[in-house]
Design a protein around this ligand. Structure first.
Ligand SMILES: *Cc1c(COP(=O)(O)O)cnc(C)c1O
Length: 388
């Protein structure tokens, strides 16, 4: 459907940018005037500010979240011969990052209530070669830091957080990015903190990891034209950093807006739970930053997910699925040796989940419209709605 016809889009970035348009333009102008497009001043400033906001020490800006994972694992000295545990139900970039670092990915299932990695399942696949675990703070909710640290302590594992969906999320007194040795963030435009293009960052408290990351993103150079290892070219553009630095002070309020929207959805959807519409569980109270608001359409529901999604679309309401195929069932990764049935919870979620519109600025009446549309679809009254 053409975006122009959408009554309620899945994401609307204009609502976020319009009120601070002038400041954003000034930030961009300042970089143009300065001319320091690569590894410039705004990048250093943003790295410091974002690492501090995430409760950690060093930030190293890179070209994408995927690079933050791939290069970040390398910076943590994880590679060939090492096994790395990650959930099967993540965006493929988590898996691609592990593969690019040269390590062996070990997938595990998830908790069907939260869609977060099942740490008991993780404990069962640990071998003498297991070096690290990647908790993915999926949908904006952190994996329990206490349980993670217990597991890592017991088995001497390195924790590498995939915080691409969890900027400033909190749980049990920890901020996303501050639990493990290092963490990867993405600034893809629609993330909670988004650039005007691609971008990512590795944050860490470990000075050695940070230094190695600084080299890896810049052709492995420890100083200009002196290369101590083989790196790559993956830097966060100064222009993007300037935009992100300008947006960062607004992020806490944007996250609060998302939480409020989620609470309104929870409330409005409560009467539909008995009809098989189940919101994913928030186990971290106000610390959940709701990158996505996800419901499950379970087996007791009278309608299939596809029908619900189609009918919402006909009413001008855009939805998404995050993600429709778990990593182990993607054609690209059949060589990992997994098959259908290996991760039943992840596979069932992939069939049941639906992400509803979620962005700062989504109004209360729009939330009601979305829920009314779902209810009318279930009761077969959508024809009436379509006619008004
Ligand atoms: C977006 C995302 C990534 C990848 O980030 P890019 O900036 O798109 O490369 C990795 N992991 C998760 C969970 C993501 O949502």
């Amino acid at each position: 459907m053409n975006k122009m016809n959408l009554k309620i889009p899945f994401v609307d970035l204009n609502l976020q940018h319009q009120p601070i348009q002038h400041q954003l333009q000034q930030a961009i102008q300042a970089v143009l005037a300065q001319g320091d497009f690569i590894l410039g001043k705004a990048l250093a400033n943003f790295e410091t500010a974002f690492a501090a906001a995430s409760g950690t020490e060093y930030g190293v800006g890179v070209a994408s979240g995927t690079d933050a994972i791939a290069l970040g694992l390398q910076a943590c000295n994880i590679g060939a011969g090492d096994e790395v545990i990650l959930p099967a139900n993540t965006f493929v970039a988590t898996l691609i990052g592990v593969l690019r670092a040269g390590a062996k990915p070990i997938l595990v299932d998830c908790d069907p209530q939260t869609a977060l990695i099942d740490l008991e399942a993780a404990a069962k696949v640990i071998t003498p070669s297991t070096k690290a675990i990647i908790p993915v703070h999926l949908y904006g909710q952190m994996v329990s830091p206490r349980q993670l640290l217990d597991l890592a302590d017991t088995y001497k594992l390195l924790i590498f957080e995939d915080a691409a969906q969890a900027h400033l999320a909190e749980r049990e007194g920890y901020r996303a990015g501050s639990v493990g040795t290092a963490a990867a963030f993405s600034f893809y435009p629609s993330k909670n903190l988004g650039a005007f293009g691609d971008g990512g960052m590795l944050v860490t408290r470990d000075a050695d990891v940070a230094q190695k990351m600084v080299r890896l993103r810049n052709y492995g150079a420890s100083q200009k034209y002196f290369h101590v290892e083989s790196g790559t070219n993956s830097r966060l553009d100064t222009l993007q950093a300037a935009v992100l630095l300008e947006k960062l002070p607004h992020l806490p309020q944007w996250n609060r807006d998302r939480l409020k929207i989620a609470q309104q959805y929870d409330l409005e959807l409560a009467p539909l739970v008995s009809a098989g519409i189940i919101p994913m569980q928030n186990q971290s109270d106000a610390g959940h930053v709701y990158h996505l608001y996800v419901i499950k359409i379970d087996d007791t529901c009278a309608l299939e997910r596809q029908r619900i999604q189609d009918q919402l679309s006909a009413l001008g309401i855009q939805t998404g699925i995050h993600y429709p195929i778990p990593c182990h069932l993607q054609p690209a990764f059949t060589n990992l040796g997994y098959q259908a049935g290996d991760f039943p919870q992840a596979e069932q979620l992939a069939k049941q989940i639906l992400s509803l519109p979620m962005y700062p600025g989504l109004s209360h009446s729009q939330i009601q419209q979305v829920v009314t549309a779902i209810a009318s679809t279930l009761s077969g009254e959508q024809q009436q709605l379509l006619c008004i």
